[in-house]
Write a protein that binds this ligand. Structure first.
Ligand code: NAD
Length: 280
C-alpha cells in the first residue's frame, strides 16, 4: 500500500511503476497539456499517461524535457506511458506507430507501451510487435488496455511475454471485481482509467458522505479507494489546484466499512466504450 505520491508498485517484470499518475486524455496539444504535465511534476507526480490517439504526445514530450532540464530530474525519475491506436494495429504498422510516438515524445524509450483496445483479429499481431519492442529495450514494460478476461485468456495462449498492466475503465460504479481477481492471479496489474467517471461521480451522495467524514473531496476518496484496492490510478485534470488535490490522498485511510460501501456502488455502468462492442 503506497503512502507517498511517488511510491511504486513492482510489475511482473521487475519494473517499478508509480501507483499514481496524471492522465492527459482531452488535454489539448500545446500549452494546455504542457502546463498540466508541468504542474503535475512540480507537485510531485512522476507518471504521465498519454496515447497516440490523444494527439498530445509532443506537448507531453516537451514538458518532460523541460522537467529534466529545469527540475533536476533525470529521465529515470519519470514514468511515461503511451499506446498504439486501433487503426495502427497489426505487426508492421504497430512497429511504425511506436517509432512515431517515440519521435513525437522525443524519447529514446517509453516506460510502458499499451495496446489501446483489443481490436479483433489484430491484437495478437500487435502484441508480437510489442514483444519485439520490449526485447529491444525500447519499452521497459508492455501491457494492454480494455482487455476483458476472455481477451487475456486468448492472448496468453500465444504470447511469450505476459502483459504487465491492463488499463481499464474502473470506478465505484464499475468496480471490475472479477477482472481484478483474474489479473491478480495472472500477475497483471490493473490500472484504472476514468477513475472519477469522467467527473460524473463527484456529486454521488454516498461518496459525499464518506468524503465529509474524512474531510476530503469525493475525488480524493475515489482515488484512495483505488490504491487501497491495489489498483494503479491516473486521474485527469489540467487545473493545477485539482492536480494538487488529486495527489493529496496520502494523509487519510478509508476503513473497511468505507471500502465495502464503495464496492457496493457497483452498477456495471460504463461511461466509455464496451471492449466487446466498440467502434473507435
Ligand atoms: P477522469 O475520471 O479522470 O475524470 C476527468 C474529469 O474529472 C475531468 O473533466 C476533470 O476536469 C475532472 N476532475 C478531475 N479532478 C477533479 C477534481 N479533483 N475535482 C473536480 N473535478 C475533477 O476521466 P478520464 O480523463 O476519462 O480518465 C483518466 C485518464 O485515463 C485519461 O486522461 C487517460 O489518460 C486515461 N484513459 C484511458 C482510456 C483507455 O482506453 N485506455 C480511456 C479513457 C481514459
Amino acid at each position: 500500500m503506497p503512502n507517498h505520491l511517488q511510491d511504486t508498485v513492482t510489475l511482473n517484470n521487475g519494473v517499478k511503476m508509480p501507483w499514481f499518475g496524471l492522465g492527459v486524455y482531452l488535454a489539448k496539444e500545446g500549452a494546455e497539456v504542457e502546463n498540466a504535465v508541468k504542474a503535475a511534476i512540480d507537485y510531485g507526480y512522476r507518471s504521465i499517461d498519454t496515447a497516440a490517439a490523444y494527439h498530445n504526445e509532443e506537448g507531453v514530450g516537451r514538458a518532460v524535457t523541460q522537467a529534466i532540464q529545469h527540475n533536476g530530474l533525470s529521465r529515470e525519475n519519470l514514468f511515461i506511458t503511451t499506446k498504439v491506436w486501433n487503426s495502427d494495429q497489426g505487426y508492421e504498422s504497430t512497429l511504425e506507430a511506436f517509432e512515431k510516438s517515440l519521435s513525437r515524445l522525443k524519447l529514446d524509450y517509453v516506460d510502458l507501451y499499451l495496446v489501446h483496445w483489443p481490436v479483433k483479429e489484430k491484437y495478437k499481431d500487435t502484441w508480437k510487435a510489442l514483444e519485439k519492442i520490449y526485447k529491444e529495450g525500447k519499452a521497459r514494460a508492455i501491457g494492454v488496455s480494455n482487455f476483458q478476461i476472455h481477451h487475456l485468456e486468448d492472448l496468453l495462449q500465444d504470447s511469450e511475454v505476459v502483459p504487465t498492466v491492463n488499463q481499464v475503465e474502473l470506478h465505484p460504479e464499475l468496480t471490475q471485481k472479477e477482472l481484478l481477481q483474474y489479473c491478480h492471479d495472472q500477475g497483471i496489474r490493473l490500472e484504472a482509467w476514468s477513475p472519477l467517471g469522467q467527473g460524473n461521480l463527484l456529486d454521488h451522495e454516498v461518496l459525499q458522505g464518506i468524503a465529509k467524514k474524512h474531510g476530503k473531496s469525493v475525488a480524493q476518496v475515489i482515488l484512495r479507494w483505488d490504491l487501497q484496492n491495489g489498483v494503479v490510478v491516473i486521474p485527469k485534470s489540467v487545473n493545477p489546484d485539482r492536480i494538487a488535490q488529486n495527489g493529496n490522498i496520502f494523509d487519510f485511510v478509508l476503513d473497511a466499512d468505507d471500502m465495502r460501501t464503495i464496492d457496493q456502488l457497483n452498477r456495471n455502468r460504463r461511461f466509455g466504450s464496451d471492449p466487446d462492442n466498440f467502434n473507435i
